[in-house]
Design a protein around this ligand. Structure first.
Ligand SMILES: Cc1ncc(COP(=O)(O)O)c(C=O)c1O
Length: 478
């Protein structure tokens, strides 16, 4: 079985190596007076209890339930696993959100990932306004596509060529067809708890909403669509080896979230990604990193840059659209040249490469590329996760958690958590109580124990301290 992760952010239940600063600078409180470096400071913050009501949210959501299935357009938003009704959002800015009742929240969902530089960033909004003067969609080539493509290719080690689509689901559908076309093989290996969008072949032991709602698989997915989907627990070397032994000549690709975010936050154990790189190469199969979540979040070049492992193909989404609908897949030139019209593998999209989405992506990546971005994410996320784990420990709860740069998670189980089965040992009823109480304290986490959390450049030290203070209070009361 997998060994514990070391050297990756905060490993399960361990301590952050940073210490609270004993000498903060008065002009810049996040810097140390003596060293000038950024340092961890614990400020005393009181969280005031406001008059918390969700009356307007309830009215709007009740009406929505008659109009849209479950009242939402994506299942996890319905708060089924944490109980109560979802809050209805009115506006967002930076690291904060406001609901229709006027309640303010520190947001750790970030629209499920895209808002890494903060919601409604002024530069992104200004650039969108400029682009909009020229129109909203061309359905024909535009120079902005080249600009974002060049940025993605320069950033992501595995990508020589890229195809833009409109969502992560589309990116994963496209990449699967491409892997099958290139290898002329049918089978794929995916990992339990990994979510690759809602296309039929991936809805087998998928995480995210499927896990949150406890659905085994979705009705409506024909057997024929999943017959070639083989599954293994994440971090399980032996099962992957056995699958390759049993289906040696038939496996087109191994696809995974290099750090799982759709079963909660689960990093790969030491050497697991190396092992997958080696075994796919030895067997003539392709290695696909689904970096829809981790791309530009763990590092500017994604998980593949962070871990130093180059897959054959990569999917992206979320951040590269800066809050507008985008996905992408890319990889080695010889493989990508199979995509139509350069090659025979067909895939297309009416709105793909849309000028607004390209603009938001370009300006989001420009901001992320500024020096210090990932160091800042590392610092605040370490502080946040350690603060929550300390609060849990002080209140006598069994918890574990971890983070890498702007991605984190914590479970209500003592851990360690190497795979989805381990994650499922979490006390989800306790998480639900914690979740609702944190909401009342003005902190918005993902409404499921099986979703990672996200920090961004707009989160301030004060946000983090307020969150820790709220967690401390709530965990003592649970
Ligand atoms: C790793 C991963 N792949 C694919 C998807 C699907 O992306 P979308 O929701 O944009 O279709 C998601 C969505 O959360 C994801 O996290």
């Amino acid at each position: 079985m997998a060994a514990a992760v070391s050297g990756i952010g905060l490993s399960w239940g361990s301590k952050v190596s940073q210490r609270p600063c004993s000498s903060p600078s008065s002009s810049s409180p996040s810097r140390c007076r003596s060293s000038g470096r950024r340092c961890v400071i614990r400020m005393a913050v009181t969280v005031e209890k406001k008059n918390f009501t969700l009356q307007k949210s309830e009215e709007i959501f009740n009406a929505a339930k008659d109009l849209m299935p479950g009242g939402v357009n994506s299942p996890v938003r319905a708060f089924k696993s944490v109980g109560g009704q979802p809050i209805v959002i009115d506006s967002v800015k930076g690291s904060h959100m406001w609901d229709v009742d006027g309640n303010e929240y520190i947001d750790y969902v970030g629209s499920w990932g895209p808002a890494i530089i903060g919601h409604a960033d002024d530069k992104v909004l200004a650039a969108l306004a400029e682009t909009m003067k020229k129109g909203t969609s061309f359905g024909a080539p535009c120079a902005l596509e080249n600009e974002l493509a060049e940025m993605v290719i320069a950033a992501v080690p595995s990508i020589d060529m890229v195809r833009f689509v409109n969502s992560g689901t589309e990116a994963c559908m496209g990449v699967l067809r491409l892997a099958r076309a290139f290898t002329n093989r049918q089978k794929i290996i995916k990992f339990e708890g990994c979510y690759h969008g809602h296309a039929d072949p991936f809805l087998v032991k998928a995480g995210s909403g499927v896990a949150t709602l406890g659905l085994p698989d979705s009705p409506g997915v024909p057997k024929a669509a999943t017959i070639d989907t083989l599954t293994s627990p994440f971090n399980d070397f032996q099962t992957v080896e056995d699958l390759f032994k049993a289906h040696k000549e038939d496996i087109a690709a191994v696809i995974l979230e290099p750090v799982v975010g759709n079963a909660g936050f689960i990093p790969p154990s030491s050497d697991f990604l190396n092992f997958l790189r080696r075994i796919t190469k030895e067997n003539g199969a392709l290695l696909i990193f689904d970096e829809v979540m981790t791309g530009f979040r763990l590092a500017y070049g994604g998980a593949q840059e962070y871990f130093g492992i180059t897959p054959d193909l990569t999917t992206l989404g979320k951040i590269i659209g800066g809050g507008l609908p985008v996905g992408a897949y890319g990889g080695r030139r010889d493989i990508m040249e199979m995509v139509a019209p350069a090659g025979p593998m067909y895939q297309a999209g009416t709105l793909s490469g849309n000028p607004l989405a390209m603009t938001a992506g370009i300006h989001t990546l420009k901001r992320l590329k500024e020096p210090g971005s990932y160091e800042y994410l590392d610092k605040i996320t370490a502080e946040l996760v350690q603060g929550i784990l300390d609060a849990g420990k002080n209140a006598g709860h069994e918890m574990c958690g971890g983070y890498i740069r702007g991605m984190f998670g914590f479970f209500f189980t003592k851990g360690p958590v190497y795979n989805f089965e381990d994650a499922k040992k979490s006390d989800t009823a306790k998480f639900a109580k914690f979740y609702r109480a944190m909401l009342e304290e003005g902190v918005y986490f993902a409404p499921s124990q099986f979703e990672a959390g996200f920090t961004g450049l707009a989160h301030t030290s004060e946000d983090i301290q307020r969150t820790i203070a709220a967690a401390d209070k709530v965990l003592r009361q649970l």
